[in-house]
Design a protein around this ligand. Sequence first.
Ligand code: FAQ
Length: 341
Amino acid sequence: MTTMAPDAGTQDDAAYEAQFNAAVAAEERIEPRDWMPDAYRASLVRQIAQHAHSEIIGMQPEANWITRAPSLRRKAILMAKVQDEAGHGLYLYSAAETLGTSRDELLDRLHAGRQKYSSIFNYPTLTWADVGAIGWLVDGAAITNQVPLCRCSYGPYARAMVRICKEESFHQRQGYELLLALSKGTEAQHAMAQDAVNRWWWPSLMMFGPPDDESAHSAQSMAWRIKRHSNDELRQRFVDICVPQAESLGLTLPDPDLTWDEERGHYAFGPIDWDEFREVLRGNGPCNEQRINQRRTAHEEGAWVREAATAYATKQAERSRHGYRAPQDQQQGDTQEEDIA
Ligand code: FAQ
């Protein structure tokens, strides 16, 4: 879309809003400098920030197992995955910054408990199999939710999601492969995999958010084409994908009501414990306090890194203003010429 934010007062807000609505309806992308309703901007900042916070807090449960991974291969894979989550946080904070809210401000809101992160990361990782269950179920749920976000009406968020989804897909596969190895291993390993799936299944279904009739933002977000599907639609899609995968894994999903509904062409599933979900959102999940405390500590302990990076960037900017090039920035050819001279 090309309607720039008004600065000459040539159109009133109603005209801009009509253009904005037409662009959204025509599946055009809204870009940072385009005019947009304040509520659209605020809702995007809310969702993108919650998403970014989830990515960085989501590093904690799995990082807990890096030092105890059972082989060098598993350790390398897990380190790469956890680093990817940090990267996802960065893309998303950057996308939020294009809407005029800085990363510092968003982190302050997270640390003060004024913004949420996904409920799923308030559960503990008790065994190595939990790393597999997170990859298979949590990343699987994340992909199901996020692939449609690649078509979100806001350009920077949609573009960030393309790369994130590719990486989440690798994460999901590593989790599946890990669980498969355990499931086909010894009896004790199989039991460990089953126990992890039993604990992560229901919280994974909660990741999709409250049921549609209780979802405060869905209707507006879908009208703005931020969200493309409702929470319940995506939850159902996820269940339908998981049932055959669980069969291939040789594991059982912990729901006695899980049956194929011929008429609807979907799996029917049992009731979700929404009281548990609400409690976790209120801060009373098993690990809420631990997660936010660890996040605050990491932020405080990382202050010197941010200061050093800022000082370095200032120095580089200063030098480039004066036309000085640091030796490491010079072309290799320059250095060779100097050497010959
Ligand atoms: N947890 O009206 P709705 C990942 C809040 S990334 C906590 O339905 P909406 C990768 C919601 O914010 C996982 N809060 O809201 C990874 C709102 O609160 P507010 C994160 C939740 O926005 C893997 C209120 O409830 N993914 O896993 C949850 O239309 C492994 C009302 O709800 C995203 O954030 C919840 N589960 O729909 C990383 C994807 N559900 O803001 C590491 C992008 C709802 O009024 C390791 N986000 N709430 O205070 C979305 O698609 C949407 O925001 C939904 C919620 C679907 C999460």
